[in-house]
Ligand binder design. Sequence first.
Ligand SMILES: [Zn+2]
Ligand SMILES: [Zn+2]
Length: 420
Amino acid sequence: MKIQAINGFKDILPEAAVRWRSIEQCARDIFERFGMREIRLPILESTELFVRSIGESTDVVEKEMYTFTDKGLTMRPEATASIMRAFIEHGLHVQQPVQRLYTIGPMFRHERPQKGRLRQFHQVDAEIIGAVEPQIDAELIAMGQMLLDTLGIKVNLEINSLGCPVCRPPYKQRLVTHLQEISSELCDDCRRRTLTNPLRVLDCKKPPCRAAVADAPSLLDVLCPECDQHFFGVRQSLELLAIPFAINRFMVRGLDYYTRTTFEFLTTDLGAQAAVGAGGRYDGLIEQLGGPKLSGIGFAMGVERMALLMEQQDKTQWPSEPMDLFVAALGTESLPLCTRLTHELRLQGIKTAIDYSGRSLKAQLKQASRVQARFTLIIGDDEMERQQGILRNMASQEQCPLDLNGAHHQLAERLLEALR
Ligand SMILES: [Zn+2]
Ligand SMILES: [Zn+2]
């Protein structure tokens, strides 16, 4: 019996890892332009952290977390709660009143695996903590849009406002009453959610539910003046930055701590409409976790989905990183020299491959093309005797002699010169 990776957990093979690295690098480059700083967080946290931040009656906490029940620990299902925990624990707001933080890494949720959705999935997560101005919301959204644009991923941006503790509860009450009137048209999940998490009914993906809630009351119509003003400011700022968007009054969040601005970057290129990234404002979260009364806004982008979309658009095989030089040691005489030289070149920053098997020149040249070496250095018994190796340009097939006399570092320097 072969041992295989478990369901919902996936290897990222070297060819795919090249694409992953370019996504991560691009995110770092762009985020740092916006003054974001990286934070690295543990994968295991107290279960309590997620119960208190995400909320007990959410799908995530109810049924999707990987929890060590005997130890009270959980593998993080998302990054925001961990960032907030670290922010409070280290008093980061004392250093700098507005913190801009990002992290990249794996998250864990026990969901039914499907295309682009895994149980170990990876996110690029960005948060701005300590600022309430609507321009901040627009700036963060613009940063996400810039990342996707740069990666060549086409998305539609949708935004909504989820109100605040002043205007949301009365709205929720109205919504519950409405949902109870139409409960016969709702799916079982939604009937259950009507009391536990009524907003979630609005974004049920099942067609009968979608049709049933089409004329449910909208929170946008009953926002308090402050929330209304804020949402207006966000729209105005997005227009100023020339970021196209649509308002989706049915967009809600599965997580309880979101307030006001909420947004999603959506694509139809993965079959059904799917979010590549999503985020929003969470003005009460930090206080809820025992921290100062500060507001925050953030988003998470799915690395798997970004990679899939890039792969779909770009049919060409991404080359793995080519090597600078392949050292073909023929016969046994040249092997010590070739071994030492290879090490010397790697010290000098040259990507060098070598074959110790003493195979034929033909076999080694084949190996050299397989690793996409720009040059191959051929040294056999004859070359040792003449103290002259052969340097072959793999693209042009031109060959030139290379003096093997002198110390290893001199030889390495001569090679460096020739490779330039
Ligand atoms: Zn409000
Ligand atoms: Zn439903």
